[in-house]
Write a protein that binds this ligand. Structure first.
Ligand SMILES: Nc1nc2c(ncn2[C@@H]2O[C@H](COP(=O)(O)OP(=O)(O)OP(=O)(O)O)[C@@H](O)[C@H]2O)c(=O)[nH]1
Ligand SMILES: *[C@@H]1O[C@H](CO)[C@@H](O)[C@H](O)[C@H]1NC(C)=O
Ligand SMILES: *[C@@H]1O[C@H](CO)[C@@H](O)[C@H](O)[C@H]1NC(C)=O
Ligand SMILES: *[C@@H]1O[C@H](CO)[C@@H](O)[C@H](O)[C@H]1NC(C)=O
Ligand SMILES: [Mg+2]
Length: 444
């Protein structure tokens, strides 16, 4: 009643009534249009929804197919191992079944042949407790039988206690290097004002080590200068160790020998995503580099490992990146590498190109993505090796061999089902490496 009154009041004269019917007509059009739009939007959403559900369902069905099959194989094999005494020696089993990686029967025997290699640690005097813990673990699990040299690097001189304690812990020789200022300190061409501004910015974003100046020196040093230190000139291979890490299993082989015999140039155990805020413009620089020097890229490189954003693995990991770089990198606190790769003109050209952009200081480019992108672009996929049998921990992630018998034979102290075991975790890039890199070997 009320409304019709108002209605009459407003539209009492003819002209505005005619105007109203025009208006009403337009409203009908608009209404029909809106209905069509919302209908097609709804249909579209339903289609997308169905597509997603179908994709997830198919993915899950495939996964569900794989797991029982691998469980079957595992149990069949373990039953033979447990109950068939004539089975003899345990197979040198691991995730990857490489027959020529024979586990030594005499685990205490001293190996005479050694590769041209050193264990390498960059660290500070005050880190000595963690340094000794890492040393004890690697000595017990590997080096006591080989006695490789340990090389320690520092931007200030090592103190007497550091030298005494590490020499006592090492089974091989120990060497101590002082890094020259030009290999460590911030270059003069870095714009100080911009630098300070960016430190504040990353601090506000709560990026880990966001406002640390020394951390940036460390990352740049590890990216482009460690292999140029005098003490390393005499070696072909290095094994990077950090304070407070642990090796969970006996080493089933000399990893340096694996590197040389199988012509590997870069070895890793864990691969994860980088924090995007630390490398905002790294990929732009890399793309520019690839455009400028296309001939430097290896014809059989693993670029696709760095750009693959498909759904891989068991947990639908979503790649969240603003560039074509999926943020995958090899975790560089564990590295076994060929120094001659880093010394090569190709790597130096790559490093110098990145360095000239200033991102080691204006952002917080890590040595892990820089090494990983370098190795992925400049090496043959087959020259990069995933050391599947090496159990390892650097807080907060671990890797532990999946195979029960590998863990028994190698006397592992780790839980492959633990929360921090990273290999097939959603935060892991290892599945992307298996897919895009040198592949993954299974039981034949
Ligand atoms: N000599 C020296 N070594 C450093 C310095 N900063 C870091 N390092 C070493 O560089 C390596 C990497 O540094 P970390 O502090 O372990 O960095 P991270 O592994 O990214 O992070 P966390 O282990 O979680 O602290 C370690 O071996 C450190 O001992 C430094 O200012 N001087
Ligand atoms: C036990 O192992 C031997 C040698 O590998 C094999 O020939 C035999 O079939 C096995 N027996 C059983 C019961 O699995
Ligand atoms: C070890 O490697 C270094 C660097 O490549 C080389 O100069 C040296 O001759 C090698 N030593 C031996 C014994 O092969
Ligand atoms: C490239 O790498 C793949 C992956 O391991 C390998 O199968 C292939 O033979 C390599 N191709 C060349 C040309 O070396
Ligand atoms: Mg560390």
């Amino acid at each position: 009643m009320q409304t019709s009154c108002i209605y009459k009041m407003i539209y009492s004269d003819g002209s505005s009534l005619a105007g109203y019917s025009m208006f009403a007509l337009r409203r009908v059009y608009l209404g029909a249009y809106a209905a069509i739009v919302s209908l097609s939007l709804t249909l579209y959403l339903i289609r997308v929804g169905f597509a997603v559900i179908k994709e997830v369902y198919l993915h899950q069905r495939i996964e569900q197919g794989f797991f029982p099959r691998s469980e079957d194989v595992l149990h069949k094999y373990d039953n033979i191992r447990r109950f068939n005494k004539s089975f003899g020696e345990l197979k040198p089993a691991s995730n990857s079944y490489l027959d020529d990686l024979i586990i030594p029967v005499e685990r205490d025997s001293i190996i005479q042949e050694r590769e041209n290699a050193t264990i390498l640690m960059l660290c500070r005097n005050w880190e000595i407790p963690g340094v000794l813990q890492s040393m004890r673990s690697l000595e017990d699990r590997f080096n006591r039988r080989y006695k490789y040299d340990w090389t320690f690097l520092n931007d200030v001189p090592f103190d007497d206690y550091f030298i005494e304690a590490t020499s006592a812990m090492a089974s091989g020789k120990t060497k101590y290097g002082l890094i020259p200022s030009e290999d460590w300190d911030r270059p003069a061409w870095i714009d100080e004002e911009l630098f300070e501004e960016r430190l504040q910015m990353l601090k506000e974003k709560k990026v880990i080590y966001g406002d640390s100046k020394s951390y940036r020196n460390m990352c740049r040093f590890n990216s482009g200068f460690f292999f140029r230190q005098k003490l390393l000139d005499q070696y072909d291979y290095y094994f990077r160790v950090e304070p407070d890490v642990e090796y969970f299993c006996d080493f089933p082989y000399d990893p340096f020998k694996v590197m040389r015999e199988k012509k590997k140039k870069y070895g890793f155990v864990i691969s994860i995503f980088e924090y995007e805020d630390t490398v905002t413009t790294l990929w732009d620089a890399v793309e520019e580099f690839m455009d400028t020097y296309p001939e430097i890229l290896h014809p059989n490189n693993s670029l696709s490992f760095l750009t693959d954003t498909t759904m891989v693995g068991r947990f639908f990991p979503v790649v969240d990146s603003n560039t074509d770089y999926n943020l995958c990198h090899f975790w560089s606190n564990f590295e076994i590498g060929d120094l001659n790769f880093f010394r090569s003109d190709e790597y130096l050209q790559y490093f110098n190109y990145l360095d000239s952009k200033g991102g080691f200081y204006y952002e917080r480019w890590g040595d892990a993505p820089v090494h990983s992108i370098g190795a992925s672009l400049l090496l043959d996929k087959n020259e990069i090796h995933h050391f599947d049998e090496i159990g390892y921990s650097h807080v907060p992630f671990e890797t532990c061999p999946t195979s029960i018998s590998a863990r028994l034979v190698l006397r592992c102290m780790c839980d492959p089902n633990g929360e921090s075991n990273i290999p097939i975790h959603p935060n892991s890039c290892l599945m992307r490496w298996w897919k895009n890199g040198a592949g993954k070997l299974f039981i034949r």
